[in-house]
Design a protein around this ligand. Structure first.
Ligand SMILES: [Cu+2]
Length: 224
């Protein structure tokens, strides 16, 4: 019986092998697409760069380089924790918050938008900073052109140390809330501050316009 069935199997193999090869090829391609393509296309603040975007831009094409461990340890730990955080720099979103940002975002989870897959972004440390003056521009790049109901902008208080402290709501100064912006791939708005020196976290909430979809990010800035 075994012999017969194996013979039968062999006789079918010219048909089965190409089919198996096709199935495997499809699985490989599907797997590669799932891994490399963003789950959905959205956006982030590219200037001053958000944490995940800065890491992606600096190391994305070179993310296995061991030099990152000493040159940019916070990006290193983020890539170690979950490289998807960087590949999906545009997808730090939650739907349906109804504007309840503080109530639904516990202290210590602000920089990840309370997304556990991005918790590496909440870690204090030597994140690379962008130099800014008291008055600077914030630039959203949005592949999906959602537009904005508004942006809310905060800066960590003078005296708060992003290198050693985890960010909570009580550590933030509210700076401004913008008006609406029509759908566009690039939205730039001005921010005016005073009295800040050194390393601060710029915390921005983007309430997108196509549905109740909220993004939150931390950008590390150095007030010169
Ligand atoms: Cu979107």
């Amino acid at each position: 019986m075994r012999k017969q069935s194996s013979l039968a199997g062999r006789s079918r193999s010219p048909f089965r092998r190409p089919l198996q090869a096709l199935v495997m090829l499809f699985a490989l391609v599907a797997g590669a697409l799932t891994w490399s393509a963003p789950a959905q296309a959205h956006g982030t603040i590219i200037s001053p760069a958000t944490r995940a975007y800065q890491c992606w831009k600096t190391w994305g094409s070179n993310h296995t380089n061991p030099a990152m461990q000493t040159q940019d340890p916070m990006c290193w730990q983020a890539f170690q924790a979950n490289p998807d955080t960087m590949w999906n720099w545009m997808s730090a979103l939650r739907d349906g918050l109804g504007g309840q940002f503080q109530a639904r975002t516990p202290d210590g989870t602000l920089c990840s938008n309370n997304l556990s897959r991005n918790s590496s972004l909440d870690k204090p440390g030597q994140w690379k900073t962008t130099n800014v003056s008291n008055n600077f521009s914030v630039q959203l790049y949005d592949q999906a052109s959602h537009g904005a109901d508004y942006f809310k902008v905060y800066v960590s208080k003078q005296g708060f140390d992003p290198k050693t402290q985890t960010l909570g709501w009580g550590n933030l100064d509210f700076i401004t809330q913008t008006g609406r912006y029509a759908p566009a791939q690039n939205i730039t708005f001005p921010v005016q501050t005073s009295g800040y020196t050194g390393h601060h976290i710029l915390f921005v909430i983007w309430q997108a316009s196509h549905l109740d979809q909220a993004y939150m990010w931390c950008s590390d800035v150095n007030f010169g």
